[in-house]
Design a protein around this ligand. Structure first.
Ligand SMILES: CC(C)(COP(=O)(O)OP(=O)(O)OC[C@H]1O[C@@H](n2cnc3c(N)ncnc32)[C@H](O)[C@@H]1OP(=O)(O)O)[C@@H](O)C(=O)NCCC(=O)NCCS
Length: 240
């Protein structure tokens, strides 16, 4: 897979934002690149906040299957993170450094997809996830639809349970704009598998390309998706 161009400064902060809590406290946040010293924390965070809730990984039974879990970690650590495109959100303490490790507020695995590129089988996602993605991917073609040779896609978005309800996921999606501009990509796409993330994507300027009923996928792939999940949406945003 294609990684970050060497000319793009690393690490850097892509977005800063604030939220006012119900008690009036203002919290500041920053969204930045992921450095190698964070990899273990990212794995733990995504296991807790993503794999235990996201419809595809639930249907694929990743969390209760040790081999699949190891494959997932392997894919994230060896295939996705080294691309240096994924982003992480922390509270921003105005440059004040504490001795405590900062808690991950939100995380998004990002991948640069290039036309004609083959996946590395050694570090592939677990096969059940691969089957779902293959089926969904077979129903659209971003390269043709948007007349591009490359785009930025995602392999997992999650917000820390303690920080949900503040639309921080939408800020993560907005942060892709400066990132795409820096690396010279004109389109970003994601399969938004959960309704909450679909709502946030609309707020962040993504448009729906296709919508697929989970009942159809379940029948075709003989998988059981969570009852709360009705449809998935493939959504894209043009970076102006
Ligand atoms: C999806 C996720 C990232 C969103 O986190 P968040 O930024 O805190 O999202 P919020 O709760 O602030 O916002 C979600 C929005 O969806 C809406 N929403 C959630 N469920 C909904 C439903 N069933 N029907 C209609 N709207 C719904 C919420 O009302 C909210 O919109 P609002 O702020 O306008 O009221 C988070 O829930 C998460 O990490 N989930 C587990 C992993 C996952 O499923 N990731 C998505 C993969 S694409």
């Amino acid at each position: 897979m294609v990684g970050r161009p060497a000319s793009v400064e690393f690490p850097q902060v892509w977005r800063r934002f604030e939220r006012t809590l119900p008690d009036g406290t203002v919290k500041k946040f920053k969204i930045q690149d992921v450095t190698e010293d964070m990899y273990d924390d990212v794995m733990f965070f995504m296991e807790e906040n993503f794999l235990k809730e996201e419809p595809f990984t639930l249907a694929a039974g990743i969390i209760e299957n040790q081999k699949a879990l190891e494959q997932m970690h392997n894919f994230w650590r060896n295939e996705v993170l080294p691309l240096r495109l994924s982003i992480v959100c922390f509270e921003d303490y105005d440059g004040f450094r504490t001795f405590m490790k900062p808690e991950i507020v939100a995380f998004n695995f990002l991948i640069h997809s290039v036309k004609g590129q083959k996946k590395d089988k050694k570090n592939a996602e677990p096969s059940e996830i691969g089957r779902i993605l293959q089926e969904v991917d077979s129903r659209f073609n971003i390269y043709n639809l948007h007349q591009v040779k490359e785009y930025l896609t995602a392999a997992g978005l999650a917000v820390n349970k303690e920080y949900r309800g503040m639309n921080i996921g939408a800020e993560m999606l907005h942060a892709r704009t400066p990132l795409c501009k820096a690396i010279g990509i004109r389109v970003t796409e994601t399969i938004f598998s959960a309704v909450g993330s679909q709502v946030l994507a609309s707020k962040a300027g993504f448009e729906t390309l296709i919508e697929i009923k989970y009942d159809d996928l379940a029948e075709k792939l003989k998988l059981k998706f969570p009852d709360s999940a009705k449809t998935l949406k493939v959504m894209t945003k043009i970076i102006d």
